[in-house]
Write a protein that binds this ligand. Structure first.
Ligand code: FRU
Length: 303
């Protein structure tokens, strides 16, 4: 296996008299248990398919920081030309990303951040802006007043922190009140359980803000089991065409805010780095909001 990488690393071939290189890139995905991550890998694969000079090796950390750290070390030992990583959590992955970067291996960090500045480029949407826009949307939708359940993403990951902080900014000054909040760690079964507790404790809930669509769906299942799904609105983040957007069409979610995977941009960026071009330290992806009113027209871009 290792000799294969070395071979690809050294592979200089001549195409039409021009010298062209082939590159091997390692991609460590924090887990593949959620549709959004499967989609990110598919987007990377599709973009890489247009570039025969690029080979991407995919690894799945199965939601385990230690396993993900080991991936980066394995990539380094294998002599990859660059690393893509979508970290599970910021702090545990920071050191190993820093080591790779300082050794001169380009590292593109996707969607969830590491701490500090020791990486080549970060690609992701603006989670604070998404949280803020979602908060404002709910304020408007509820007429400025209401009791809210917030089901938070893993709060040791940066999208969870930013979606939370942004939301609180968005509802500031209104009479929206968060009566129950819990960390569902991005996972639908956790969200469903937390929502069962919220339903048991509160006889009236006006809306559920879930940091991702799987959690919004889990909350809806809990409310439906209690016969209370009509009482409240459910709003989530991700808006995958085959997940969140479908929930909106089915009337399960009142809105879903898009969180683009950035897979295509990851491939474009890593190629630019490998060709020796300068890339920005940060690439911010745009996001759209999908509601019952606009989903058939393809949603609306966030301001
Ligand atoms: C998938 C996921 C998405 C979410 C993203 C945040 O693992 O939970 O649903 O938007 O991660 O990093």
């Amino acid at each position: 296996m290792r000799s294969l990488f070395v071979l690809s690393l050294l592979c200089l071939s001549s195409v039409h008299g021009q010298s062209s290189r082939t590159w091997t890139v390692g991609m460590s995905q924090c887990n593949l248990g959620e549709p959004w991550r499967v989609q990110m890998n598919a987007d990377i694969r599709r973009a890489a398919d247009d570039h025969p000079e690029l080979t991407v090796m995919f690894k799945d950390a199965q939601n385990d920081n230690l396993r993900q750290r080991a991936h980066i070390e394995e990539f380094l030992r294998a002599g990859v030309d660059a690393i893509l990583v979508s970290p599970k959590e910021a702090a545990p992955l920071t050191g190993v990303v820093r080591d790779a970067y300082r050794k001169g291996i380009p590292v593109i960090v996707l969607d969830r951040r590491v701490l500090g500045e020791d990486y080549t480029c970060f690609i992701g949407a603006d989670n604070r802006k998404i949280g803020r826009a979602l908060g404002k949307w709910l304020v408007q939708r509820l007429g400025g007043k209401g009791k809210i359940v917030e089901l938070k993403g893993l709060m040791t990951s940066t999208p969870g922190q930013d979606r939370h902080a942004g939301f609180r900014e968005g509802i500031k000054g209104s009479e929206l009140e968060v009566i129950f909040e819990a960390d569902m760690k991005w996972l639908e079964p956790n969200a469903r359980k937390e929502m069962e507790s919220a339903l048991a404790r509160f006889s009236r809930i006006d809306a559920v803000y879930a940091h991702n669509d799987p959690a919004a769906h889990g909350a809806w299942l809990a409310a439906r089991a209690a016969g209370r799904e009509q009482e409240m609105l459910f709003v989530g983040v991700d808006a995958l065409p085959h997940e969140g957007q479908v929930y909106v069409r089915q009337g399960i979610l009142a809105a879903s805010f898009e969180y683009p995977t950035g897979g295509k941009e990851a491939v474009e960026t890593v190629l630019r780095v490998l060709r020796g071009e300068k890339v920005p330290k940060e690439i911010t992806l745009l996001s759209r909001v999908f509601t019952r009113e606009n989903v058939e027209q393809g949603g609306e871009e966030l301001e």
